[in-house]
Structures are given as structure tokens and as C-alpha cells.
Ligand binder design. Structure first.
Ligand code: PGA
Length: 261
């Protein structure tokens, strides 16, 4: 896995946005996998800026979001539908029919999950999937113990995740305990994965996912098996990486990187 360490959150977000912009410039009808949470907010802000100021075009782009809370409707201000609309979709020129976010209110969850998987395939598969990482090492809502071959399904959230997310709800008992989430197997089929992590509270999960053994206890560690995965991390999130200096050395000396004269 390639590891890119940035000094600041803004720099990390801009580098990740550049990956997406490069993809859209070569494949304007790319299929993007998107994530919610506080981590990708800077990335979405930068994509909106690139759209408004540099004409980055989303008119042929299709998106699939990783997950959604079960029980929250599109208009609930903590739903991931709402998050995506407010932070990205309403600011760019993506056609609404090209947007896919799992439904938290589907009556038949099983049928919905199967449809979501088949819809991804119908659209040609995901070209680039954006990922955050939970403090327990999860990607999407694939909590510790999730099969590394799992597909889109209903998942019971871990206590740690419910506690991490409680800050967004007025009462702890309002935090949903189920989510529909793409599986690790679904995510691993994307042609490129970019995982973002900032802040100290992610440092341990980042180190375990990049340098630890591949394990269902840290589902982000599955990225080690992906042929094209990049971790974009800030200094704080990188602080427990034992090979931090080597990653920085590679960043500086990569073939094609600008060399000091
Ligand atoms: P966060 O969540 O970006 O809000 O830290 C990440 C995740 O749980 O995947």
C-alpha cells in the first residue's frame, strides 16, 4: 500500500482530491465510491472548489456511497443521504439519477442489498473508492470480525462506533445500532482505493491496518491485499507507523517526483 503523509489536513485533502480530478480528467464517466464522516469533509470541499473554480465536471459521473444508518430517512439531518447532499452533491453538477446511497428505510433489506450490488456491476464497477477508517480499524461499517469477503448487508454497529458517533446525535439512545454497508469484498473490487485518516485518535488503527497482519479484526488491513491502494494520512494519524521515515523517503524519491537541483 502506498502511504502519503501530509503536514496538514488541508494538504491531505487536496492530494486526495487530485487523485479524483486526475481520474475524471481521463475518464469523465468514472464511477466513484464515496464515504461519509468528518474525515472526507476537506476532500469534498476541495472537489467543490475544483468544480466551481476549475470546471471539474461531474455531469457523467456515477457515485455509490458506502453505507447508511438503518431507520434514518433521506431528510434526517444525521442520515448519510443528507450529509452527501449538503457537503457535496448540491454543490456540483452530478445528475441526481447517477447518485446511489444505500436506503436506510428499505422494507426488504436483503433485496435492497442484492440490488445495490447488482447496480454497482451494471454501472461497470467502482473505479475509485474513498474510505475513512474508524478508531476500531473499520472501513465503511465493517466492524471488527466482519468477513473480509463480505458483501453489502445489514451490520450491527460496534459499541465503540456507536460511542464515536454519539457526538452527532442529541441523545445517545438516538444513535442507530444498525447500518447497511458495502462489504469488505465489495470494496476490494473497486479498481483503486484511497483511504484517508487524520488526527491522533486514528494513529493506532492506521498503523495496524498498514503494518499489522491482515485480519478481520482490523478490516482496513484488507487494503494490503489490494493492488492499487493509497493511504493519505496527516502527521498525527501517521505518528504510530513504525516505517514512517521510509514512507517519507519514498514520497521524496519516487521515480518521477520533482528532484531538488
Ligand atoms: P470519521 O469516521 O471520519 O468521522 O472519523 C470514519 C469512519 O468511521 O469510517
Amino acid at each position: 500500500m502506498e502511504v502519503i503523509i501530509s503536514k496538514t489536513y488541508e494538504e491531505m485533502s487536496a492530494l486526495a482530491a487530485r487523485e479524483i480530478a486526475n481520474l475524471l480528467n481521463t475518464k469523465p464517466n468514472a464511477v466513484l465510491g464515496l464515504a461519509t464522516g468528518s474525515t472526507p469533509l476537506g476532500l469534498y470541499k476541495e472537489l467543490v472548489r475544483l468544480h466551481k473554480e476549475e470546471g471539474l465536471d461531474f455531469s457523467q459521473v456515477t457515485t455509490f456511497n458506502l453505507d447508511e444508518y438503518v431507520g434514518l430517512s433521506h431528510s434526517h439531518d444525521q442520515s448519510y443521504h443528507y450529509f452527501m447532499t449538503e457537503n457535496l452533491f448540491k454543490h456540483i453538477n452530478i445528475p441526481v439519477q447517477n447518485i446511489h446511497v444505500p436506503s436506510g428505510t428499505a422494507l426488504n433489506h436483503l433485496a435492497f442489498c442484492q440490488w445495490y450490488e447488482s447496480r454497482i456491476k451494471e454501472c461497470g464497477g467502482i473505479d475509485l473508492q474513498v474510505l475513512g477508517i474508524g478508531s476500531d480499524g473499520h472501513i465503511a461499517f465493517n466492524e471488527p470480525g466482519s468477513s473480509l469477503g463480505s458483501r453489502t448487508r445489514i451490520k450491527t454497529l460496534a459499541k465503540q462506533t456507536i460511542e464515536d458517533n454519539a457526538r452527532f446525535f442529541s441523545r445517545p439512545e438516538d444513535v442507530p445500532i444498525y447500518a447497511i454497508t458495502m462489504g469488505v469484498g465489495t470494496i476490494m473490487e473497486a479498481r483503486k482505493l484511497i483511504m484517508l485518516a487524520n488526527k491522533k485518535n486514528k494513529a493506532k488503527a492506521v498503523a495496524l491496518s498498514i503494518e499489522g497482519p491482515v485480519s478481520c479484526q482490523i478490516t482496513a488491513s484488507a487494503l494490503q491485499l489490494h493492488p492499487d491502494a493509497i493511504a493519505f494520512v496527516d502527521e498525527a494519524a501517521a505518528s504510530e507507523l513504525s516505517m514512517r521515515d521510509y514512507y517519507l523517503w519514498i514520497q521524496k524519491n519516487k521515480p518521477g517526483a520533482p528532484r531538488p537541483q
